[in-house]
Design a protein around this ligand. Structure first.
Ligand code: AP5
Length: 213
């Protein structure tokens, strides 16, 4: 299956995509995670992406499209994927379409995560990330066993710079302007399924499974 997750920042896409990719045994392809990796190792791509990410802006399309294409052409993606955070605007959606044609395949389903602004803010203020194993926590909903260190290997957890209030405001604006038009596009293609992203991670996962059935 080839599944795409769309939704505002902090809607829980990464949490559910990680789970679904394990369930379906398919790769989870998240452009945000790929960029965070490049920033952490400090390579050229990371240096280019960092200022855009910290402000909550989109990294330029040419860079993102090439990075996504390279990943989608890897052999482990042949059986399918859970794509999270890409495409994020109409230019990227058109490019993804061309990559799907190159691979002689198509998307099966696009899941839209529906959530309210209040819940998004609560999720962004509580989020913590393990920089080593990438596990995502929430200080109220999914706290680590010990104060602010990862359960897996004890690494101190980080707060993402783009979860600061100013960057969050900008990410929401960018989402409204650039990403929302994709809903009409995928709806017209008959691929869009909307899911309620409010509730426990278990409840939301049950809705995700229902939506891809
Ligand atoms: P990216 O990392 O993709 O950010 P995002 O799409 O804004 O999404 P988030 O990672 O913020 O949230 P999420 O929906 O995955 O929520 P999560 O599961 O973590 O992108 C970051 C940046 O990279 C972009 O701003 C841009 O600069 C760049 N970039 C990436 N892709 C790009 C592209 N295509 N083009 C250009 N630039 C690009 O959950 C959030 C919190 O809520 C967590 O703490 C979690 O534990 C908690 N939570 C999850 N589910 C629940 C639940 N059901 N109940 C309660 N809490 C929950």
């Amino acid at each position: 299956m080839r599944i795409l997750f769309l939704g505002p920042p902090n809607a829980g896409k990464g949490t559910q995509a990680t789970r679904l990719s394990e369930y379906l045994e398919l790769p989870h392809i998240a452009t945000g995670d790929m960029y965070r990796h490049h920033v952490a190792v400090g390579d050229g791509l990371g240096e280019k992406a960092k200022p855009y990410m910290e402000r909550g802006d989109l990294v330029p399309d040419d860079v993102t499209n090439q990075m996504a294409r390279e990943r989608l052409l890897q052999p482990d993606v042949k059986r399918g994927f859970v794509l999270d955070g890409y495409p994020r605007n109409l230019v990227q959606a058109e490019f993804l379409d061309s990559v799907m044609k190159e691979l002689k395949t198509r998307l099966d389903r696009v899941l839209k995560f529906r959530i309210t602004g209040e819940v998004l803010i609560a999720r962004s203020s509580g989020r913590r990330l393990c920089p080593t194993c990438k596990t995502v926590y929430h200080m109220e909903v999914r706290p680590p066993a010990n104060d602010e260190v990862c359960d897996n290997e004890g690494t101190p957890l980080l707060r993402r710079k783009d979860d600061e209030p100013e960057a969050i405001r900008n990410r929401l604006e960018v989402y409204g302007k650039d990403t929302k038009p994709l809903y009409d596009l995928y709806n017209e293609k008959g691929l869009l399924v909307e899911i309620d992203a409010i509730g426990s991670t278990e409840d939301v996962f049950a809705r995700v499974l229902e939506a891809i059935r």
